[in-house]
Design a protein around this ligand. Structure first.
Ligand code: NZQ
Ligand code: ZN
Length: 387
């Protein structure tokens, strides 16, 4: 296990009715807050009214940035930054899924930066300071509620990049699983796939002796495999929604990656699909992950895949490791298919037109450091397998 600095500063208020904490917590850090939200789901669910009531009672003045897109755009971030600077806003409150929270983070950082916010997306070291960010989560998926990352797109340039650091970690997040009951079946499946992918990205690494992190990761995977189908079939099932919501945070908040060298592989590839075709992040991950697993399975990686098969899918440990590994990958694909995720790029209207440039950009996104280092040619082969 490698050395690490455990730093997870976000206060989490988890469970039914925790929105009651909002007014008091916000008034302690802000007189003026920018409320950031998406296309209107929080209005339909009643969350918008609850937030307004909490902030009004706490004497906090609310400004709004509405209409944050899934795969949030830099253009929307810029609008938020301009508003924060003009109105001298003290804090940014996101209410929604990962897109909304990510947008809020870069609005918060951009408000403390003199140049254009896109600089902060391209170079996270330029994020030196940010307004305090808080979140009310409505979709279990990205873990943005408890990490410092933000992923922002410029669709005019077909670019989508991750950025962020400790200063963009939310100071507090409200996680009431009831808010996720209105998430569609498709977004529930995509979010669950995203949680699994974050766990895979951390789990498949070359650090020796991080036994505990691996077992925690397997626990998260088992949790999603158990509860995603229940949440899809029974959207109001609180136990399922609660377990998925907490899994979302734990998959990416550092708990399962501290002490290991974890460079991600499937995310940089998926970000190219979203940058060129604006697809749902989790659907792209569910599609690509089993092809990536197949591509990197070899004598060098078989042990890790066999452990995954035995500990997550309860496969018979007495079989040949390669047999277990192959079956585990098949189970992974079958699971994503069963929850309604696509398995071919053509199902999402994607052909090979941009494969060269997409593969090159993905390879430059850190793939050389991954569990199995990949170059442009490898990525292109994986895209071709996925057609
Ligand atoms: O915009 P609204 O109206 O809120 O609707 C959203 C949106 O259409 C809807 N939704 C959210 N909560 C709902 C709801 N609908 C009904 N009821 C609710 N309670 O769901 C749709 C998708 O929302 P979005 O926020 O885009 O989804 P998600 O949370 O999956 O976020 C995806 C974004 O996060 C990035 C992705 O790349 C993508 O841009 N990621 C962020 C990460 C991070 N910050 O750590 C890591 C991830 O790997 C990921 O890259
Ligand atoms: Zn993700």
């Amino acid at each position: 296990m490698d050395n690490f600095n455990y730093h997870i500063p976000t206060d989490v208020y988890f469970g039914k009715g925790q929105i009651s904490q909002l007014g008091q917590r916000m008034s302690a850090i802000a007189k003026k807050v920018l409320l950031v939200y998406g296309g209107g789901s929080i209005r339909k669910s009643g969350l918008y009214d609850q937030i307004q009531q909490q902030l009004q009672q706490a004497d906090v003045t609310v400004f709004e940035l509405a209409g944050v897109e899934p795969n949030p755009r830099i253009q929307t971030v810029r609008k938020g930054v301009a508003l924060c600077k003009k109105e001298k806003i003290d804090a940014v409150l996101a209410a929604g899924g990962g897109s909304t929270i990510d947008c809020a983070k870069i609005v918060a950082a951009g408000s403390c930066y003199s140049g254009d916010a896109w600089d902060l997306v391209l170079d996270s070291s330029k994020i030196q300071k940010a307004l305090p960010v808080a979140a009310v989560l409505t979709l279990a998926a990205t873990g943005s509620e408890m990490d410092g990352f933000a992923v922002i797109s410029d669709m005019e340039k077909n670019e989508k990049w991750g950025t962020g650091n400790d200063v963009t970690k939310p100071v507090f997040s409200i996680l009431d699983p009831q808010y996720t009951c209105s998430v569609s079946k498709y977004q529930t499946a995509a979010g669950s796939s995203d949680i699994m992918s974050h766990t895979f990205e951390n789990y498949f690494n070359n650090t020796k002796g991080a036994f505990l992190q691996a077992r925690l990761a397997e626990g998260i995977l088992k949790t999603v495999i158990r509860y995603a189908p229940i949440a899809i079939d029974h959207p109001e099932d609180y136990e399922a929604r609660a377990n998925l919501m907490w899994a979302s945070s734990l998959a990416i908040n550092g708990l399962i990656s501290y002490g290991e060298s974890t460079a991600w592989s499937v995310h940089p590839m998926e970000h190219e699909l979203s940058a060129f075709y604006d697809i749902t992040h989790g659907a792209g991950l569910a599609l690509l992950t089993p092809y990536w697993m197949q591509y990197i399975l070899s004598d060098k990686t078989v042990e890790k895949f066999a452990a995954y098969g035995v500990n997550v899918w309860d496969l018979d440990a007495s079989q040949e490791p390669m047999r277990i590994a192959e079956e585990a990958i098949q189970k992974t694909r079958a699971f994503f298919t069963a929850i309604g995720m696509p398995s071919h790029l053509k199902d999402l209207g994607i052909d090979d037109t941009h494969f060269d440039v997409m593969a090159e950009k993905a390879a430059n996104g850190g793939l050389a450091q991954g569990f199995v280092p990949l170059n442009k040619e490898d990525v292109k082969k994986i895209f071709i397998m996925a057609l």
